[in-house]
Write a protein that binds this ligand. Structure first.
Ligand code: NAD
Ligand code: ZN
Ligand code: ZN
Length: 379
């Protein structure tokens, strides 16, 4: 089958690889029809992770079931399904409490497994013609009748819509709150959409990319362009000098200043400054335990100089981590089906899998207009 593989820093290619197949009786095999490129793929693409050469990337996948293992109970050939980026077993101590992003079974020795991802187990990714889905009954979200026609909406249930929603839940957003979101990439935009759906009174989104800020404004948010300077002052102005009720980090360890230089502690310290006393901070942007490619010694060890004193003084709370997609995807699917949510509004490009390498390059360079790419292996 054809699949997109990592070949080295800034080098990916669509090549012929061994077919995905059923390996366990609990597996399901999917013919992939939509698969996104994610900001998380870019950390690997840029050579800033330990991902091995030859790994098939992709963890945002939707497709049709073409085969099921003999122990699969609820999923049938022909079902249209969307897969959470995390692989959960459903029966471990973390999965049973809803923490499916921290499954103890699927990637022994680590809490958490995912498709096509550095350090998240041996699983191949979905930027391919076919995908093997372990623990198929648990991981497949069966989609409604209109799934084939509205794939660009439903495929967002694999990651960015639940992850944006998760960011707002980690932040403790309540109706009538104000919220500041750092990052207007797909995750930050989905956090803004989620905050609107949950009744936020004011949504503020920070980025330096005009095209992405425009999308946030289209959702009713206030865009703050980092490249114009004084981000903190302008957010305080919007929030009566107190800061927002809560905040989200949707950028991660490669966050940069207004000149494009990486400053790994920038968003976290800005959140401390721009979230009000007692407010919650939800961090879904990725931070890694080691980052050998970082410029400063602290960041190489996965550490940052953090304003803990200011945070303690303000009595803020921080919550972090991978989104437990399964905790949200069924309900968010209902919001899509009913027409209340249209996450496809962030999609800028729909391309055949064959054009994936070019798409990675443009998305990585944040070329204006390249907000979210959906690849179509069957096109
Ligand atoms: N926790 C999870 O489960 C989960 C899931 C998906 C993605 N992620 C992570 O979320 C992050 C965002 O993902 P994405 O797909 O939106 O990525 P993206 O790279 O497309 O978007 C990041 C955005 O942040 C902006 N940015 C950079 N520095 C900034 C700063 N100092 N202040 C404000 N904005 C800044 C960039 O211009 C860019 O638009 C990544 O780290 C990704 O790995 C986490
Ligand atoms: Zn993703
Ligand atoms: Zn588990």
């Amino acid at each position: 089958m054809k699949a997109l593989v990592y070949e080295g820093p800034k080098k990916v290619a669509v090549v012929e690889v061994a077919d995905a197949e059923i390996e366990q009786p609990t597996d399901v095999l999917i013919e992939v029809s939509s698969t996104n490129i994610c900001g998380s793929d870019l950390h690997m693409y840029e050579g800033r992770t330990s991902v091995e050469k030859g790994k098939v990337l992709g963890h945002e996948t939707l497709g049709k079931v073409v085969e099921v293992g003999h122990a699969v109970y609820s999923i049938r050939v022909g079902d249209m399904v969307c897969l959470p980026f995390n692989i959960g077993c459903g029966f471990c101590a973390n999965c049973e409490r809803g923490f499916t992003g921290f499954c103890l079974t699927a990637n022994p020795g680590t809490a958490g497994a995912a498709y096509g991802f550095a350090g998240m187990g041996p699983y191949s990714g979905g930027q391919a013609e076919y995908l093997r889905v372990p623990f198929g009954d648990f991981n497949c979200l069966k989609l409604p009748e209109d799934a084939k026609k509205r794939q660009n909406d439903y495929v967002m249930l694999s990651d960015v819509f639940p992850t944006g929603w998760h960011a707002t839940r980690l932040a403790g957003l309540k109706p009538g709150d104000s919220i500041v979101i750092y990052g207007a990439g797909p995750v930050g935009l989905m956090a803004a959409l989620s905050a609107q759906l949950q009744g936020a009174a004011k949504v503020i989104v920070v980025d330096s990319k005009q095209d992405r800020l425009k999308l946030a404004e289209g959702m009713g948010a206030i865009g703050i362009d980092q490249s114009e300077g004084d981000v903190v002052g302008r957010i305080l102005e919007e929030t009566d000098g107190k800061g927002a009720s809560c905040g989200c980090e949707a950028v991660g360890y490669q966050c940069s200043d207004r000149h494009g230089h990486e400053v790994p502690n920038l968003t976290m310290n800005n959140l401390v400054k721009t979230v009000a006393a007692t407010g919650g901070i939800g961090v879904v942007g990725v931070f890694l335990p080691q980052d050998p490619g970082a410029k400063d010694a602290l960041a190489k060890e996965g550490a940052i100089a953090f304003d803990l004193g200011a945070m303690w003084f303000k009595g803020q709370r921080i919550a972090t981590g991978q989104a437990n997609v399964k905790a949200y995807n069924r309900k968010l699917c209902a919001l899509i089906e009913s027409g209340r949510a249209k996450p496809s509004q962030i999609v800028s490009h729909e391309l055949p899998l064959q054009q994936a390498a070019e798409a990675y390059q443009n998305f990585d360079e944040r070329v204006p207009g390249w907000t979210k790419v959906v690849l179509k292996p069957r096109a």
